[in-house]
Design a protein around this ligand. Structure first.
Ligand SMILES: NC(=O)c1ccc[n+]([C@@H]2O[C@H](COP(=O)([O-])OP(=O)(O)OC[C@H]3O[C@@H](n4cnc5c(N)ncnc54)[C@H](O)[C@@H]3O)[C@@H](O)[C@H]2O)c1
Length: 368
């Protein structure tokens, strides 16, 4: 079966993203060319394991690759020191060595945790990402950010560690529930809003079908998203500049996630959807973007079923949200770096945003 291949150009750390249907059944032969040895160790979670683990292991068998594996509990709480300790010790017990290929099979949680374990074990093992959520296929599996959460916040401990290969099997999205699918879709929309208004227009037309299961539309959206991310990461691997554009909607989104305790109440992608609307509303409030572009974004997100405002089920507090934003990783010299837009497809970075405008915009959302 053919796959679309996108190259992430990072000198000696360059790698391919392969996108297609049925790729997990070919994981062994597709991984073999980038492996230093003939051993692999697969990390997955307890939701993904019963769905896909056996197929990956069978493919490794067929390619003559010896393997071990471990299943960790699903969910964000697995991105923690305790789970990292457990995982790295299990990998050492399983005799993972320098030439062992570590395989992250699952969503962004598994990718981030496993990638970080691979980064620190024996000062760095090679690893392969096999992302199984839309969010992981279009975002977290590409770019080399790995890490865990601490009580101070999300992703505060981690490393840049690029995978050797990403295998995005779009068939795995068939088992994803609609809410998770939509959360990943928010990140897809993000690429359109950042710098690709044609892609945004394409999503307006094909987004609903994509979410409902149109395989061709899914493959195209994953490919366009990965190409965009690959380009931005190649230009700025360690987020000194342009890579920060990928944080569109994330500074506000993180504040919402922090306020809801990073719980199921608001998934990351849902927070990003609301965060993007906030970024566009703030841009319009500052006379940078036409209000129609903000309305167009809101219309599209609402049409597919993503949130565009704050839930009425809880009391929101502007000061608390501002406080969370000030704790964001992207704060430098006490100033938050905002991703604003001159319109859909025209995002830019700025640190010159009047605090009062941010507060007023948030107050508008809190008021509903
Ligand atoms: N490293 C990065 O650049 C980056 C970027 C964005 C997000 N992230 C991180 O990614 C994480 C979120 O990732 P996510 O949304 O994939 O969450 P997730 O990994 O928690 O997956 C969501 C749920 O779907 C289940 N699941 C996974 N694949 C499935 C499938 N094919 N069928 C059915 N169920 C499946 C999982 O078990 C889990 O319960 C967050 O921790 C976030 O910080 C990292």
């Amino acid at each position: 079966m053919s796959a679309e291949i996108i190259r992430v150009e990072l000198g000696e750390r360059s790698y391919d993203i392969e996108i297609g249907a049925g790729l997990i059944d070919q994981a062994g032969p597709r991984m073999a060319p980038v492996m230093a040895g003939k051993r692999a160790f697969v990390v997955t979670d307890d939701v993904v394991a019963p769905l896909y683990l056996d197929r990956v292991l069978a493919s490794l068998d067929r390619a003559g690759i010896a393997h071990g594996h471990v299943v960790v509990p699903h969910g964000e709480h697995s991105k923690c020191f305790a789970q990292l300790e457990e995982l790295t010790e299990t990998m050492l017990d399983a005799r993972c060595e320098r030439s062992t290929m570590v395989v992250a099979l699952g969503g962004g949680v598994i990718g981030d945790l496993t990638g970080f374990a691979a980064a620190i074990l024996q000062r760095g093992l090679d690893f392969v990402q096999i992302p199984t959520t839309l969010l992981a296929q279009v975002d977290s599996s590409v770019g080399g950010k790995t890490g865990i959460n601490t009580r101070q916040g999300k992703n505060l401990v981690g490393a840049f560690h690029q995978p050797r290969l990403v295998l995005a099997d779009i068939d795995t999205l068939n088992s994803l529930d609609r809410r998770q699918m939509l959360a990943g879709y928010a990140e897809v929309v993000k690429y359109g809003v950042i710098d690709d208004s044609l892609f945004f227009a394409w999503l307006e037309e094909h987004g609903p079908a994509l979410i409902d299961g149109d395989q061709a539309a899914r493959a195209r959206a994953v490919a366009v998203s990965c190409r965009a991310k690959a380009r931005i990461v190649a230009a700025d691997e360690r987020e000194g500049g342009v890579r920060a554009l990928l944080n569109l909607g994330h500074t506000f989104g993180h504040a919402l996630e922090a306020e809801t305790g990073f719980s199921e109440e608001l998934l990351h992608g849902e927070a990003v959807a609301v965060g993007m609307v906030m970024a566009l509303r703030l841009s319009a409030r500052l006379d940078l973007a036409p209000p129609e572009d903000c309305a167009r974004l809101e219309r599209h997100l609402a049409r597919v079923g993503l949130p565009t405002g704050l839930s009425r089920q809880r009391h929101w507090d502007v000061a608390a949200l501002v406080h969370h934003m000030a704790g964001d990783k992207k704060v430098r010299d006490g100033k938050v770096t905002f991703v604003l837009a001159k319109g859909i497809g025209q995002s830019f970075l700025t640190r010159e945003v009047p605090a009062a405008a941010v507060r007023d915009m948030l107050a508008e959302f809190v008021a509903g």
